[in-house]
Design a protein around this ligand. Structure first.
Ligand SMILES: Nc1ncnc2c1ncn2[C@@H]1O[C@H](COP(=O)(O)OP(=O)(O)O)[C@@H](O)[C@H]1O
Ligand SMILES: Cc1ncc(COP(=O)(O)OP(=O)(O)O)c(N)n1
Length: 302
């Protein structure tokens, strides 16, 4: 409670009008008061924190909310990050990651899961173990390795664990250009290269792969390639001319997980998610001195 002197100071300096609030307010709830209990689908993100709020857990939870899904989170690491880059990363112990997953799944239950930045081999292995043990699905694996600003987000030795332990458990895998090159062993310069990489990664054992084009040259920036063992599809939107693309990959994979939590089929989930990320890119946040985040809350803009 502010002191009298404090209140006078505040009034003088801010010119704010104060309304006298009656003491002993009696609240009465009429019988007509309606409480609407909701039972939304629940999604879980297993990812890192981005202090700048553009990617990672922060982007995932906002995306879940705009897909009308309740978002839960298991934090893997904490990054000190802004629009200019990553200055520090602190890992959580794998047991702490496991405990968060267990806490959410054991009580609330989840209908859609995504993994993002897993940082090191121990965390990748623990997450894969929990996914298997708890039978978590449908699972979207965003194999986060390097940010667009060039920061290394995954230890070298963890790539093998992602490939061998986690990818086989995924319903949808969403590598960007750089990650698709590592997983396929191919160089990606053209649409044909993206298709070849999607097929090669798919045949390595992931049910469905979406090779994302944000890191490709020119118009390919709005183009993604889908391969699910049978269908090879090109998902194309126009290239959005903005440098504020931070968090596109996190947003896309979170939106896919949310759509899967709603019961959508994987390809339809991907189509819906791409619409969301494209509109978010069309309303980017020009904050900070570098690469700002996509605008998750564009649906509120009217
Ligand atoms: N400039 C852009 N214009 C249109 N779509 C884009 C653009 N940049 C990225 N995307 C889309 O954003 C999604 C995430 O892709 P990408 O940026 O490659 O992922 P990541 O953030 O993991 O590198 C994809 O659907 C991609 O096509
Ligand atoms: C904590 C954290 N997680 C993931 C990323 C990478 O974000 P992403 O959306 O894949 O892509 P860019 O921001 O690199 O375009 C991150 N930077 N931090």
């Amino acid at each position: 409670m502010a002191s009298r002197c404090g209140r006078r100071w505040w009034r003088r300096h801010q010119g704010i009008q104060f309304t006298k609030i009656p003491v002993n307010l009696e609240f009465s709830v009429s019988e007509a008061t309606v409480v609407t209990e909701l039972r939304p689908p629940v999604a879980l993100t297993i990812a890192g924190s981005d202090s700048g709020g553009g990617a990672g857990i922060q982007a995932d939870l906002r995306t879940f909310a705009f897909q009308r899904v309740h978002g839960t989170a298991a934090l893997t690491c904490v990054t000190a990050q802004n629009t200019l880059g990553v200055s520090r990363v602190d890992a959580l112990p794998p047991e702490a990651v496991a405990a968060q997953i267990e806490a959410v799944v054991g009580d609330i239950g989840v209908q859609g899961i995504k993994t993002g930045m897993l940082l090191n081999q121990e965390i990748v292995q623990e997450v894969a173990h929990q996914v298997e043990r708890l039978g978590l699905n449908p699972l979207v694996v965003d194999p986060v390795m390097v940010s667009r600003t060039g920061a290394k987000l995954l230890a070298e030795e963890a790539i093998v664990a992602i490939r061998e332990r986690l990818i086989p458990l995924a319903q949808v895998l969403t590598p960007n250009r750089y990650e698709a090159q590592i997983l396929s062993g191919l160089e990606l310069h053209s649409l044909e290269d993206m298709k070849a990489a999607a097929e090669r990664i798919g045949y390595q054992g992931s049910p469905a792969v979406l090779v994302k084009g944000g890191g490709m040259p020119g118009e390919l920036q709005g183009v993604d390639v889908w391969f699910d063992g049978q269908r090879l599809e090109v998902l194309k939107t126009e290239r959005i001319p903005t440098r504020h693309t931070h968090g596109t990959g996190c947003t896309l994979s979170a939106a896919i997980a949310a759509q899967l939590a709603w019961g959508k089929e994987p390809f339809e989930a991907v189509q819906q998610a791409k619409l969301y990320v494209t509109e978010a890119l069309r309303h980017p946040l020009a904050i900070g001195a570098g690469q700002g985040p996509v605008g998750h809350f564009y649906p509120l803009l009217g």
